[in-house]
Structure formats: C-alpha cells, structure tokens
Design a protein around this ligand. Structure first.
Ligand code: SAM
Length: 300
C-alpha cells in the first residue's frame, strides 16, 4: 500500500520511510513521534502492522487537531474538505486568502486542511504573530476531494482506536517514555532552528535537546533521530556528541538540482542516529558511519 498523505507537509519523511523502518525492531509496543508533522513514519509503521499502539505529538496544536479529526471523524472532515474545495472554483486566489484568514482566527481543522492542500509546496510558514502566512500555489486547486477522502479513510482505518494525540513540548513526551517504547524523532531542521524559524511555530534548543536525550539513555529507551542535512562536503548541522553513544548512519537521498544546473554533482545526505538501547535490540549488522544509497540499504 502506498503511504497515504492527506496532509501535504514539506519535510515529510514519506519517501524515506522504508529505509528508516529497516532500523525498527520487528515488534514495537508503542511507537512515539514527538515531532510528528504529518506523521508519515507512524503511518508507514501502521501499514506494516509493526506497532500495537501509537502516540502522535507535535507542538503545533492545529496540526494535531487536524490529524486527530482525520483519524476519529474521517467522514466529517472529508465532507468538510469537499465543501470548501467546491466553493473555491472560479475564485481560487481570493478564496484561499479568505479561508487562510478564517483559519488564523478560528484554527479549524477543515480550514487548515484546505490551506495546506493549496499552499506552496505544502510548506507551513508563520509570521512573527504566529499567523499562517504561506501563499497559495495558483497552478493547483488542491487534492481532489475524491482522492482526499480515500486517503483520509485509509489513515483512519490504520490508526483509529490505537492512537494518542497531544500537542506538547517534546521534553514532556520524553518524561513519559519507557523502555517498552520506540521513539522516532524528526526535530526541526538543525541548520536554522536555534533561532526563531518561520517554518515552525517554535525552534529547538540543541543543548537542551542533547541533555533530554541523555535522560532517554538513562532510562534505556530505544530511539532514532533523523538529524542534519549534508549537501556535498557542506554540512548543515552539528553532529550529535559522542557521549550519547549513538550509531550514525548516512543515507544518500538525492542530488541537488541547483548544483546540477551548475554542472556540479552535490549529493544530499540524511543522517539517522540510533540509540544504544535500540542497536542492542536489533539483530541486523549495522554499518559504521558510511554513506548508503537507498538501493544498498534494501539489501540489509
Ligand atoms: C521536520 S518536522 C517533522 C516532519 C515529519 N517527520 C513528517 O513526516 O511530516 C518537525 C516538527 O516538529 C514540530 N516541533 C517543533 N518544535 C517542537 C517541540 N519543541 N516539541 C514538539 N514538536 C515540535 C514542528 O511543529 C514540526 O511539525
């Protein structure tokens, strides 16, 4: 089954899910995503029936409300989307602005779903007042209601009755995590996220993040972190410190189009860090810090 994605979300891990899941234990009691975004990894895990329950968390409350509604009231949100989508026809530009304005006042899931479906690259952007200010992609009308409905129902079938939703700071989730959980983390992009980042409602303090990871190590919790981006020889983020005893795996994810235009072949990498508690559980041979192409990874 292709991973359904009713919420287009820039930075979604949908395309990398099968590579990341290779490093999950075969059976998981509870999978926690503290920085869930569109929860692509949770959905990919549920498709493979790998976990008994799920905990989806993101600091972005309207996003969590939307995901929760998709899972718990799929028919209602699908109908609401269709109604909004139909009303835009013939007046798409102005209508988008109207719904975006309404969303910034009422924060309703149906309005958020529509603006996410129509905004440029599915990329959330906020101004300094915390208002959603991304422009519409005027070449597109947003996912067809029929397709949206199908994907919403698929997500609901996969997660209904076994998923908890919260909009807390990740540190609160760490406090509750136990040895029986698996945590997958995709924190805000490290290169820019120490400062206020217009892509998210909040940034991430790296030093605090590292000391919170030490707490997880202390509790022997299994976790994985997708972290920095690396383009060619240029790295966009610091390595996580040795004291955390993590296993780092580099995944080659593609080539940069800009540098291809310049005749260069810069390659983009993603790192995936595995906690010690996790590597001790896995029965596969783990590569040292090496670059693996998706194809080579499949062989593991
Ligand atoms: C890179 S995105 C995750 C994308 C996700 N992996 C996906 O597949 O869609 C990072 C997410 O972390 C959330 N976030 C930022 N700071 C946070 C915090 N302190 N606690 C919890 N979530 C946070 C953002 O709202 C954003 O949705």
């Amino acid at each position: 089954m292709k991973i359904p994605q009713p919420i287009p979300y820039q930075g979604s891990k949908r395309a990398l899910a099968s590579l990341i899941l290779k490093y999950f234990p075969v059976k998981i009691d509870r999978l926690i995503e503290p920085f869930a975004g569109s929860a692509a990894i949770t959905v990919a895990t549920a498709i493979r029936s790998r976990a008994s329950s799920y905990w989806i968390n993101d600091l972005n409350q309207p996003l969590i409300n939307l995901l929760e509604k998709i899972v718990k009231n799929p028919e209602t949100i699908a109908l609401e989307y269709e109604e909004i989508w139909q009303k835009q026809l013939g007046n798409e530009r102005e209508y988008y602005k109207e719904i975006r304005h309404r969303f910034n006042i009422n924060k309703k899931p149906k309005d958020f779903l529509y603006v996410l479906a129509r905004c440029v690259k599915g990329a959330v952007r906020y101004n300094s007042l915390g208002e959603f200010n991304q422009s519409p992609d005027n070449r597109r009308k947003g996912k067809l209601p029929k397709t949206m409905r199908k994907e919403i129902l698929q997500i609901s079938n996969l997660l209904k009755g076994k998923t908890k939703f919260t909009a807390l700071d990740y540190a609160k989730i760490f406090e509750e995590a136990t040895e029986n959980d698996l945590i997958y983390m995709d924190p805000p992009y490290q290169g820019t996220s120490n400062k206020k980042d217009s892509r998210y409602l909040a940034g991430l303090n790296l030093e605090e993040f590292i000391s919170n990871l030490e707490l997880l190590n202390h509790k022997n919790v299994s976790y994985l972190i997708s972290f920095d981006g690396k383009l060619g020889s240029k790295s966009y983020g610091r390595d996580l410190p040795k004291k955390l005893e993590l296993q780092k795996i580099m995944i080659e994810v593609g080539r940069s189009t800009t540098s291809t235009l310049l005749g260069q072949t810069d390659i983009t990498y993603e790192s995936l860090y595995l906690s010690k508690a996790l590597t001790e559980k896995l029965s596969i041979e783990l590569p040292k810090e090496v670059a693996l192409k998706p194809k080579q990874l499949q062989l593991l």
